[in-house]
Write a protein that binds this ligand. Sequence first.
Ligand code: HAM
Length: 414
Amino acid sequence: MASKYQVPRGTFDVLPGDARGRARIEHAAAAIFARAGYERIATPAFEDTELFERGVGRSTDIVRKEMFTFEDKGGRSITLRPEGTAPICRAYLEHGMHKLAQPVKLCYSGPFFRHERPQAGRFRQFHQVGVEAIGTDSPLADAEAIMLLHDVLAELGVPGVELRLGSLGSPGSRRAYLDDLSAYLRSHEDELSREVRERIDLNPLRAFDADDEATQAAMASAPTLVERLDGEDARHFAEVRDLLDAAGIAYTIDATLVRGLDYYTRTIFSFVCEELGAQSEVGGGGRYDGLIEQLGGPPTPAVGWAAGIERILLALGEAAEAPPREAFVAVAEESQRRRAMTLVAELRHAGISAEVDLGGRGLKGQLKHADRIGARRVLILEADGSAQLRDMESGEQRPVEAGRLVDEIGRAES
Ligand code: HAM
């Protein structure tokens, strides 16, 4: 029955079997966020294109080549959101959230869109869970953000996760460093890939991220920012590290860590799972002290991260088990259908999952169907008002008192 239509390239359908694993991730994350006082925010799936151009940065791959951008009927340039931080900062400003108690701690979950070349773990529509703490420059907030992502991955049992930590410093120290780095790149120009050469002025840091071997070799002895952080930045970074040490969270300092978004300042971090291959980052983020100002607001420091739900599912490599189907109410005769319907409603209200046949099957067909969907018990309503309870695993069947059906099934559950 294959139809001629297929899901668009780089996208996928979430079928019921897949939905369970996703729901588990979202619920685990939501519970961890709630216990830490992060409240849910949801922004639209699309925004004015300029928000991402200004927010994410014109020199990034995301803005240069990965945005789904189109003109709406009013002639406005609209972009499907490639990430959530710029939209949340937009919402923070638009709703005057600076008047609330700071920091404003927010969490989110939803679909994002990037026109990337699809491969394992990389999609054109993917899903993130994430947090943002807006309105504090304290290293405590950086450490808390990292702890939350650590806790989500630990709670889900994601295996082989490593935390990489770096610091980009603040704009002043970064500018001085970038000048030095550009000079270094220029003096090694003939060893660099064309793409890196073309971006020496635009974004020299991305040279550390290059796939090209000759470029990588040249970058091995390039100056790094972590070793040059000045006073305040160095102190901030040391404190984040101390807090992580105190929390018992292991990390490696990665002096060449770069992220594909321009807004980061100071702390950046990445949780990777090497088994995932090329797309090994399950989640990451960092501090973005200049973004809100960049979007036209007052100076407002902030920190956050996002994790990819599909990457977590891949790393877990397991299908979530189907929830148990506890009771199925079958009828021996058509006259009992209405009674069956009333009974399943009662069972459901009592917190027991219960189903009836919606397909007009005979008793034999109902039992077969109950078996197929994995029902643990079937209650058979007889024409004379009596009832039988059958345990589908053992095949045992016994009469149950008509007035005590809900109690009997509830008791069998516990
Ligand atoms: P990002 O590193 O671009 O950061 O994405 C975060 C996570 O989303 C990645 O670690 C990855 O798991 C997942 N991801 C990204 N692109 C794809 C894709 N094409 N297919 C599947 N998964 C993908 C951000 O988006 C920042 N907004 C994070 C942040 C929040 N920084 C501060 N606050």
